[in-house]
Ligand binder design. Structure first.
Ligand SMILES: Nc1ncnc2c1ncn2[C@@H]1O[C@H](COP(=O)(O)OP(=O)(O)OP(=O)(O)O)[C@@H](O)[C@H]1O
Length: 601
């Protein structure tokens, strides 16, 4: 096998990760002094019960979680000091939380390849190749989100393979797949390991399947490695045993007396489901075992039983029998050779970095824009109709129609109100969804910069919210013959207002971790906007506390700037508005870039 050439791909030394839980300083050692290595081209299975520490280990391999102590080297590169270099050589399939759900399968693959640094030609070529290899031709032009669970998993697996990375980290790749597709995945993994020397870390609960696919297995329990070796080595720990899988009638549990009948002839562990037990005994005790089951326990209690040689699952279940699961020293205490100095990672030249930033920005922006396809008609309709309705409705009140100042307030207020609701509220909520659905982890696992991610998110929204700014002016022009000239100041104020309000929305969404709170805060903002802000109402007609409150809100400055622009009054007040809007844009974008958690912890 390719991996036997001995080169080390992953080296983990004394890796410990401690989490603080709760307020009273409780600690969880999610990874406890792990030391092991994985060879280049090896398929390494990571097994362990829920909470064993697998995700914590994988997150550290990906540079998403910082170790409390110890080190990880991937292809000689230190993960903590050069996470970007490691991300560039890693394809990742998370269990959940993939992005690119609302684009077509073909695009999801192509864009992922581009974001992993492939050229346009390479990305197109590999996309076509993978669609064929995965048998996804008939759904290649359907949205990923609209595929069946299994098909979606295949598409996600394809995304992990894009970029032909040296390392693949696959979390439960065969979940939801039928037996034929499961075999397809294992064959594809084996091919990559064998012919391309790809190193694969496979997290799985499906021990029986993993046995066929992996070269070596690491079993984790309570944050520690309790066994590490080939499936053959692990099975040898059970010795020359016979295995019986016993199914109790009606899936009932065995009573203590019944358990002791079986324990007389072998060791008994639960078989992973209610009413299923695994009994391991010496070959010479087999007749006694069969007798214990058929006559002592009696066929009135037994539904079925199967006799076979032990499998990896037996080793796993016998090791994972609660807190007593002790490490098998001969399988875990293999020392690593003395560490070599970490391979220094050369920084890309400035020009190349700028090119990558633009490519990342383009594909992230395209993804965001295309995701909006499912809702753009509603957003646009809302952005067009609401301001028109406001201009029409508000101009009927009081002296609106006859009074140019009121009309100016109505037009600028309607424009800014619609942009504030769309810009602040929808962007804050969008980033909230990205965080709560776990998609942020996926973006963070790609070798992209936060700047291109934030920029793409904000700019994709501008196209949707800009019409809301322009329609009130067009409506006033058509309905009331008001002539607003397009001045250079207007061309500055319109995008700057959109940018400032979107940046604030993004900052709110990134800073607050509860989706419910994001919804409450953004609605509160709109409520205050209607009640107090001098957006639709001249400030002098508001009591002082409400005026002050209004001037604390970004939309007030946007509305003020728009009014000054439309009336041609570009004095000191207008300059102040522009300064405040610019400051808000910078603060919002810088804050969002800082608060977005590219590392989980
Ligand atoms: N962010 C966190 N804060 C506090 N504790 C955490 C955090 N993440 C994980 N833990 C704890 O660390 C331990 C290991 O969790 P981890 O998610 O790594 O296990 P796992 O083997 O991946 O489990 P599963 O198979 O259920 O995904 C658990 O006790 C878990 O509660």
């Amino acid at each position: 096998m390719a991996y036997e050439d001995g080169a080390t791909a992953i080296e983990v030394r004394n890796l410990t990760r401690v989490y603080q839980t709760g307020r009273n300083g409780d600690q969880v050692r999610a990874n406890d002094d792990l030391t092991f290595s994985i060879a280049r081209g090896e398929v390494f299975g990571l097994l362990g019960a829920n909470g064993a520490g697998k995700t914590t280990l994988v997150s550290q391999l990906l540079g998403l979680v910082r170790p409390t102590s110890g080190s990880i080297r991937i292809e000689g590169v230190d993960v903590v000091s050069d996470p970007e270099a490691v991300k560039a050589m890693t394809g990742f399939l998370p269990q959940t939380g993939l992005s690119m759900r609302l684009v077509e399968v073909r695009r999801a693959l192509h864009y992922t390849g581009r974001l992993r640094g492939q050229s346009e030609k390479e990305a197109r070529h590999q996309t076509t190749e993978l669609i064929e290899e995965l048998g996804l031709e008939s759904v290649a032009d359907r949205y990923v989100d609209q595929l069946s669970g299994g098909m979606m998993r295949l598409a996600n697996f394809g995304m992990a393979l894009m970029g032909r990375t040296r390392l693949l980290i696959l979390d439960e790749p065969t979940n939801e797949l039928d037996p034929r597709n499961r075999r397809l995945i294992w064959d594809m993994v084996a091919r990559r390991s064998l012919t391309e020397g790809t190193t694969v870390v496979l997290v799985t609960h499906n021990v029986l399947e993993a046995e066929k696919a992996v070269h070596r297995v690491g079993v984790m329990h309570g944050g520690r490695l309790t066994a590490l070796g080939t499936p053959g080595e692990l099975k040898a720990t059970l010795g020359d045993k016979v295995r019986m899988e016993l199914f109790v009638k009606d899936s009932e549990s065995l009573k203590p007396a019944e358990m002791s009948l079986l324990e007389r002839v072998g060791s008994v562990v639960p078989g992973g489901r209610e009413g299923v037990y695994l009994v391991h005994s010496d070959p010479e005790s087999m007749p006694d075992l069969v007798k214990a089951v058929t006559s002592d326990l009696g066929m009135a209690r037994v539904d079925d039983f199967k006799l076979s040689r032990p499998t990896l699952e037996d080793v796993y279940l016998s090791m994972d029998g609660g807190d007593s699961a002790a490490p098998i020293p001969e399988l875990v205490a293999k020392p690593l050779p003395a560490p070599e100095p970490a391979v220094p990672v050369a920084r890309l030249p400035l020009k190349e970095r700028a090119r990558r930033l633009l490519v990342d920005f383009k594909y992230l922006w395209l993804e965001q824009m295309l995701e909006v396809r499912t809702t753009w008609t509603w957003s646009l309709l809302f952005g067009l109709l609401m301001p028109v309705a406001m201009v029409f409705g508000l101009s009927r009140i009081g002296g609106g129609l006859n009074d140019p100042t009121s009309l100016l307030y109505i037009v600028s207020g309607a424009a800014i109100f619609s942009v504030a609701t769309e810009g602040v509220a929808t962007l804050a909520q969008r980033i909230g969804v990205i965080k709560t659905d776990g998609m942020m982890v996926y973006y963070a696992s790609l070798p992209i910069s936060k700047a291109s991610f934030v920029g793409a998110l904000v700019l994709s929204r501008l196209i949707l919210i800009m019409p809301g700014l322009i329609t009130p002016m067009v409506a006033a022009g058509l309905m009331y013959d008001v002539d607003f000239t397009i001045s250079p100041a207007l061309l500055l104020v319109l995008p700057l207002s959109c940018l400032a309000l979107s940046a604030i929305g993004l900052a709110i969404g990134t800073l607050i971790n509860s989706m419910d709170l994001i919804v409450v805060i953004t609605n509160l903002l709109i409520f205050v906007l209607l009640l107090a802000a001098p957006v639709l109402i001249p400030p002098e007609s508001l009591p002082l506390p409400l005026q002050v409150l209004g001037y604390l809100l970004p939309p007030t400055y946007a509305a003020d700037a728009l009014r000054h622009t439309l009336s041609g009054d570009l004095g000191a007040a207008f300059t102040l508005d522009i300064v405040v809007l610019t400051a808000m844009t910078v603060f919002g974008l810088a804050g969002a870039a800082r608060w977005i958690r590219w590392r989980l912890a």
